[in-house]
Ligand binder design. Structure first.
Ligand code: GLN
Length: 277
């Protein structure tokens, strides 16, 4: 029985789901109420009449308002699943995407030594570096980002997951502690300045420094390609995510800088989403 119907879980969830215009309104509402109360989603189903406190209802409604305005669910919850890991996220970083899990798969498929030295450039939450460290305990994984808050967040994720990834503040290779790597991997910004999709959906709330890269979206990819050869061990690999329509241009940039074994690989949507060499 509920003492105050306006505080009952099911009613709060229904009201919220009716206002949220995402693909998954009910799920979003349940996740937000779960975040506020600490209760599981199953518990809402099993016990729909259960009351939350008035303070919890207020906190929930504030989160729902933000969701209605389009704030990504991951920023409201403060975490996002990536690979098999739960990562803390903040507005200083891009929200890790499933497509980037394909970059992790590609990295794991390369013929690399058991003690490979790996660098993740522009790590954000630490997603790629942490996923690789979680799969290959023999690899020595370093990561960098040019945003201090991202460096802190990636370090915190490494600490809380107990994964030995060291994270430095560095704008690409500028300021990076010297070393050579068997694999350099990156999900750099690669969206064109004028891309219409920057005005839609989650990306409106994400840092443009993590998304946009000049007129053709390739400025940062060119910068990385210019410097990477000096940081790679002989036979080392460079692997970068890019837009699904950039593969041909990126392969040409790799070849122009003397990379061989250049090939593109696909994301879960079967679109060329990364190139390696
Ligand atoms: N794939 C992301 C998007 O299109 C962009 C990620 C990036 O720029 N690295 O929203």
């Amino acid at each position: 029985m509920t003492s105050n119907p306006s505080l009952a879980c099911e009613r709060l969830i229904r009201e919220a789901a009716g206002r949220i215009a995402s693909d998954t309104p009910r799920l979003d509402a349940e996740l937000l109420l779960s975040h506020v109360t600490g209760w599981s989603r199953t518990r809402f189903r099993a016990w729909p009449e259960q009351d939350v406190s008035p303070e919890q209802a207020d906190a929930f409604r504030a989160l729902v308002d933000a969701r209605v305005e389009g704030t990504p669910i991951a920023y409201l919850l403060g975490h996002q699943e990536f690979w098999s890991l739960s990562l803390r996220v903040s507005r200083a970083t891009l929200i890790p995407r499933p497509d980037t899990e394909c970059v992790v798969e590609a990295a794991l498929s390369l013929p690399l030594p058991g003690s490979a030295r790996v660098l993740d450039l522009g790590t954000g939450t630490g997603a790629i570096a942490l996923a690789l460290a979680s799969e290959r305990s023999g690899w020595s994984v370093r990561a960098c980002d040019c945003v201090p808050e991202a460096v802190e967040l990636a370090r915190e994720n490494a600490r809380s997951l107990g994964l030995p990834v060291s994270v430095e503040l560095s704008n690409w290779f500028e300021g990076l502690t010297p070393g050579t790597f068997d694999l350099i991997v990156s999900n750099p910004p690669y969206i064109e300045e004028s891309d219409q999709h920057l005005g839609q959906g989650d990306v409106r709330f994400e840092p443009s420094s993590a998304l946009v890269s000049g007129v053709d979206g390739l400025d940062d990819i060119r910068t990385i390609l210019d410097h990477a050869p000096r940081w790679l061990s002989p036979g080392g690999w460079l692997l970068m995510e890019h837009g699904f329509d950039q593969a041909e241009a990126v392969r040409a940039l790799f070849r122009a800088r003397g990379f061989d074994a250049v090939e593109s690989r696909r994301d879960y949507g079967q679109r060329d989403r990364m190139t390696l060499g």
